[in-house]
Design a protein around this ligand. Sequence first.
Ligand SMILES: Cc1cc2nc3c(=O)[nH]c(=O)nc-3n(C[C@H](O)[C@H](O)[C@H](O)COP(=O)(O)O)c2cc1C
Length: 225
Amino acid sequence: MFYETAKNDHGLARPPFKSCVVPRPIGWLSTVSPEGVDNLAPYSQFTNLTFDPPYVLVSINRTPAGGRKDTAANIEATGEFVYNIVPWALRDAMNVTAAPFPPEVDEFEKAGLKKAPCRLVKPCRVADSPISLECRFVQTIVLPGDSKTGTVDIIIGKVVGVHIADEVLLPDGKIDMEKIRPLARMGYSDYTSAEHVFELAPSDRAGDAPGMARLGLEGATGQVP
Ligand SMILES: Cc1cc2nc3c(=O)[nH]c(=O)nc-3n(C[C@H](O)[C@H](O)[C@H](O)COP(=O)(O)O)c2cc1C
């Protein structure tokens, strides 16, 4: 089948687009409002952008009334946010935090989640999430939509601090992803969790020193020109 997005004539019972670029990692973003209310919400239009230095991006749709979601408003007002990975064990809590609670409601409390302090930024992190990234706001790009909710605030943040729980560090220095089972979106109400990790030997380019491709893939800063 083929359809043009401008016509949206896919003829399927369910809109397919959000299942076409998957699995999408979930950025479970914690922020704090200028009034000091902690906020937490999942965002799967989320990715890392680069590693030297590390930047991440989140694309936040507007509300049906055309306003900014709490996460976007808090990031722009305070200049800080925290990415928390969603492990399989916290899938139900993550889902609770997606409800459209008003800004004065603390989603950590609604989902029964423990908070842990950050080192360099004010928002707290999800204590039982094994990986958290402390981020500082860099810029927002507003992408106009075909509807109010279609409009997005694309927010870029610089990662200034990384927390990794000792329990998920393996003797070879890697992170034990099969232990975390990170959750990802598959479109619809469907999710997957990464449970099987396999390795492909990196292909070195002709002329490169042996191992350069591996360093590049791993994001070894200071060693890759
Ligand atoms: C797994 C998951 C992923 C989501 N991803 C996004 C997203 O990428 N962009 C977005 O605008 N909303 C996304 N949402 C919806 C927001 O989480 C929801 O609107 C939430 O209430 C926003 O909270 P906030 O106003 O506290 O920021 C997602 C929801 C779920 C359950």
